[in-house]
Design a binder for this molecule. Structure first.
Ligand code: NAD
Length: 274
């Protein structure tokens, strides 16, 4: 098919036009930043995650009108495999076959292993790791059938290195990297890529909660937790931004990302260069 000059310009400006993307955990933080980046490149979006229904509807409406794309919302609880299958079916029904899957939803709990609640371990493994497996399984056949797919798993610097008191989170994120590499190998000749992004600290509600918890636990000010606890690991001493993670995700999803697969890409100000 030959494109007209206008069509070529439109594709270049909005390289993901006509693509359908599911972004899990996109009612907040990094997921929302990714949804904004993908919508800005022309992709139709399935939002997912928890939150105030009126606020989610406002987000949905703003994304759609600002970027001229379709945006729908799935309230699926990703700790439940059957809800993940329902989310994929809903996406297909309202927007069409899924081209892009961003596994971003995640939760955290910080405690020494002896005190780590078993229910928290189970929940973190379910949301941060198993949900990616179930979602990939639900959408991969249609990607392979159509010869195009982009899977981006939001892991963490904690997928590459550990910190004390985060046993479940670190185990789940290391698992995400293993899953990423395996899917990349299985799909390498099928037009599908699967990569992981490994952010260091990014300023989001998840981190704000950690700052508040640590300040309380160690009798520190929020400022002290930021400079003396969190950002000591990050050599550039700056939080990464949701816009940076969104832009990298959009690049991986573009045609120019076609040869990048099975990678774990740190966005961590040098943390994992240690
Ligand atoms: P956040 O708390 O702002 O957002 C998490 C999102 O996941 C929300 O939309 C929430 O509703 C959703 N969610 C949680 N449990 C869910 C469930 N059971 N079903 C469906 N949705 C659920 O957190 P964030 O900081 O934006 O984190 C997003 C991802 O980035 C996570 O996987 C996190 O581990 C990872 N990450 C964050 C940082 C950081 O510094 N913020 C660093 C590295 C990795």
């Amino acid at each position: 098919m030959t494109l007209t000059a206008d069509q070529t310009a439109a594709v270049l400006q909005r390289p993901l036009a006509g693509r359908v993307a599911i972004v899990t955990g996109s009612t907040s933080g990094i997921g929302l930043g990714i949804a904004e980046s993908l919508a800005g490149q022309g992709a139709d979006i399935i939002l997912n995650g928890f939150g105030d229904p009126a606020e989610i509807e406002r987000t949905r409406d703003t994304l759609a009108s600002l970027h001229g794309v379709q945006v729908a919302y799935s309230p699926a609880d990703l700790s439940m495999p059957e809800k993940i299958a329902e989310m994929a079916a809903f996406a297909r029904d309202v927007l069409g076959p899924i081209d892009i899957l961003v596994n971003n939803a995640g939760i955290q709990h910080v405690a020494p292993i002896a005190e780590f609640p078993t229910a928290k371990w189970d929940a973190i493994l379910a949301v941060n790791l198993s949900s990616a497996f179930h979602a990939i399984k639900a959408v991969l056949p249609e990607m392979v059938e159509r010869g195009y797919g982009r899977i981006v798993n939001i892991a963490s610097a904690h997928g590459l290195v550990a910190s004390p008191f985060k046993s479940a989170y670190v185990a789940a994120k290391h698992g995400v990297l293993g899953l990423t590499k395996t899917i990349a190998l299985e799909t390498a000749r099928q037009g599908v890529t699967c990569n992981a992004i490994c952010p260091g600290y990014v300023w989001t509600p998840l981190v704000e909660k950690q700052i508040a918890d640590q300040a309380k636990a160690h009798n520190l000010t929020a400022e002290q937790v930021i400079t003396d606890v969190l950002l000591t690991a990050q050599p550039n001493r700056k939080f990464a931004t949701v816009e940076e993670i969104g832009a990298l995700t959009a690049f991986l999803c573009s045609e120019h990302g076609a040869s990048i697969t099975g990678a774990a890409l740190p966005v961590d100000g040098g943390w994992t260069a240690h």
